[in-house]
Design a protein around this ligand. Structure first.
Ligand code: C5P
Length: 398
């Protein structure tokens, strides 16, 4: 299953590093290509010679070799890999990955990798339970990385509790699953609208909304990870997925134009943008001036195009997924939109649910699909919601 797949193993300083020798053996038995990066501390626990002999490749630790001056390009290593697994992941490297610190080759590769990343933490139980460690692990999950929870049992300190790295056999199983997932949407072209739209009032002001673009980014990351070819048409959001093609727009009209250009080529279209329903009918060419003695200002609005509805009328074999953000009559409004906009699936999130708001990292959704299937989910990270969407598409529409 792993024949020819390129696995980048990143090893941190932890006693669990001794298990990586067995893990590399298992990967090689499956005919995977393996390259290993180690932090300086990792070398105290297992030698580079062991891992280079087993992986049949040089082991990388530094940006360049002292002496020969040979340069190890972190971007190339990140692009080479089909999958990166950090095992064992120490609290120190975890903190840096979660917060953007970059003082080793391992971290530079992590920040430049475009492939799926799995991490297998290993540390003493109190370190593992610390709120800082737990919040850093949550951050990695929100970045789209998969966290293999530490196991319970005897620890090197002599204490007993949660902190042991998963065994090599389990790591292999998870790598296998991830690589298979990578093929589930291979060759599919996915078009996503994301973020808010800004509608000009004058050259310096606009009317917009609070959409952060996070849901669209999560969907882009997950569909990309499943092997799809992803394009995101995004309004002025705070979040972007660096792994995919991004088209930047401002207004609903621009978003529609860009969507139209790409629609015929798309297999799956996901309307995750929070599009302004109306726009100022006559945006001013010049900045509107405050007028003495005039205490109110009226702006006339006209209706914007409904991108999802318009694409819905052109629909061929495409699969359409829409969102509904409702504050009342949620279910009936969502079901009505499913029909009216010709969606195959609508994802309802309610502003009444805590954690399901615009800016956050979590969402609580219910699916309604064209086959009258209804699935209610618990509050979860937007990445997990995006996985549920991808799995629903794969299981029901492909
Ligand atoms: O009608 P409502 O705005 O609630 O519909 C939400 C769904 O329709 C979302 O999927 C949104 O991206 C899409 N939509 C759109 N163009 C609009 C308004 C909504 O694509 N002008």
């Amino acid at each position: 299953m792993l024949a020819g797949k390129k696995v980048l193993l990143a090893v941190c300083g932890s006693i669990a590093a001794y298990k990586t020798a067995f893990f590399v053996r298992l990967l090689k038995k499956e005919a995977a290509e393996v390259k290993v990066i180690m932090t300086e501390n990792a070398k105290e626990f297992i030698t580079p010679l062991t891992l280079s002999t087993l992986s049949k490749n040089p082991v990388y630790s530094n940006y360049f070799e002292r002496g020969s001056g040979e340069w190890h390009n972190h971007v190339e290593l990140g692009l080479w890999a089909d999958l990166m697994i950090v095992a064992p992941l120490s609290a120190n490297t975890l903190g840096k990955m979660a917060n953007g610190l970059c003082d080793s080759l391992l971290l530079a590769v992590y920040f430049s990798a475009k492939c799926p990343v799995i991490v297998a933490p290993a540390m003493d139980l109190d370190m593992y339970q610390h709120p800082s460690t737990q919040s850093n692990l949550e951050k990695l999950t929100s970045y789209g990385n998969e966290v293999i929870e530490a196991k319970r049992g005897e620890l090197a300190s002599g204490l007993s509790g949660q902190g042991r790295m998963a065994e090599p056999e389990e790591l292999l199983e998870i790598v296998r699953k991830k690589i298979t997932a990578n093929n589930l949407l291979k060759g599919k072209k996915v078009l996503i609208t994301s973020g808010p739209t800004y509608e000009a009032i004058d050259p310096v002001r606009f009317i917009g909304n609070h959409s952060s673009g996070r849901m669209g980014v999560a969907i882009a990351k997950v569909f990309k990870e499943y092997g799809a070819n992803v394009t995101v048409i995004s309004g002025p959001a705070n979040h972007f997925a660096s792994e995919v093609e991004n088209i930047h727009v401002e207004s609903a009209k621009e978003m529609l134009d860009e969507a139209k250009k790409r629609y015929d080529n798309a297999d799956i279209v996901i309307f995750a943008a929070a599009v302004s329903d109306y726009r100022p009918s006559k945006p001013s060419d010049q900045k509107l001036k405050k007028k003495n003695g005039v205490d109110s200002l009226a702006i006339e609005f006209i209706k914007n195009p409904d991108i999802a509805a318009e694409m819905g009328t052109k629909k061929g074999n495409q699969i359409h997924i829409g969102f509904a953000l409702e504050t009342q009559n949620e279910e009936s409004n969502a079901k009505q939109k499913l029909k009216e906009k010709n969606f195959d699936l609508i994802v309802l999130n309610s502003l009444n649910d805590r954690g399901a708001a615009f800016q956050g990292a979590t969402n609580k959704v219910t699916f309604f699909d064209k086959n009258n299937k209804e699935v209610k989910f618990e509050l979860k990270s937007k990445i997990e919601v995006a996985k549920d969407i991808a799995n629903h598409v794969i299981e029901n529409f492909l």
